[in-house]
Design a protein around this ligand. Sequence first.
Ligand code: BYC
Length: 318
Amino acid sequence: MTQEMDLNQRFEDYIAADQKIEAKDWMPDAYRKTLIRQISQHAHSEIIGMQPEGNWITRAPSLKRKSILLAKVQDEAGHGLYLYSAAETLGITRDEMLDALHTGKAKYSSIFNYPTLTWADMGAVGWLVDGAAIMNQVPLCKCSYGPYARAMVRVCKEESFHQRQGFQVMLNLSNGTAEQKAMAQDALNRWWWPSLMMFGPNDASSKHSEQSMRWKIKRFSNDELRQRFVDMTVPQAELLGLSVPDPALKWNEETGHYDFGPIDWSEFEQVISGNGPCNRERIAHRVNAHNEGAWVREAAAAHAAKVAARADQQTHAA
Ligand code: BYC
């Protein structure tokens, strides 16, 4: 008991001093559980997030755009893998995480349950979705759990390239023909509100925020980050000559921020409980890809076993 109290005190001292908690350090069970939940859901979001864009690789309008999009989707696979590895350091296996995803027990970001209908959606996803992702993820580079914080550094660097390429697609379309500009506006109309929902429920309804902020997993609340995103993005929309689909959006001199209209939380609830426009399609596609990849996992395991056996033989021969 006293030993546990000492360990808990040490953990609290580390958090207070902004020192990283590492995989082998003692940590409260609830801290471990929260991290497993958040990191695995984050990993799932990256992996499911490959689908809406993967859908456009074969239809990108030029070779240059195709290779950029291909690289971006590959980056997302990489992010998923670092994040699964970070979660594994907490004692959960990759199979357990994937099983939770495939059976609908684990969540992933609401945003990836919306369809990508036109090429302009590749611009809007990069600009808005990656823009929101960076806003949320840069503070995670300072998260109290070392393996998660370190994984986020590289993820954020790549996300910022993704965001800029999305903005450039929007810029080209906005400066193009009237039809192209209309396509960009339509994409902004469809992606704006779902992007604001990415930050999660309002602070008053965010059940995990208070504890996660005390543990310095989250550094800013959902509403703070959402407001920063709106403040950063509205001037970018103006630069594109596009209008944000919110009649209540207005600069507030007093607060120094944009006021914006109410979010439709019933839509968010529907999407995160499995009833968004593409939830079923996303999971079915993922499960199918996992099953079709079984032979690759088997071959990799057989190769690893051969390499290990060879190394073992050499040790014995020496
Ligand atoms: N979608 O108490 P709250 C990417 C859930 S990947 C679905 O505020 P928390 C990218 C939440 O999980 C983007 N569910 O929770 C990839 C909780 O349910 P559970 C993903 C959501 O954890 C490819 C409940 O609602 N980013 O950027 O304190 C291409 C109550 O919420 C959502 C991350 O995962 C949502 N939007 O705060 C491009 C970042 N929001 O778990 C881009 C890491 C909330 O109790 N995660 N929920 O069943 C976080 O920062 C936090 O987990 C969140 C939520 C801010 C998302």
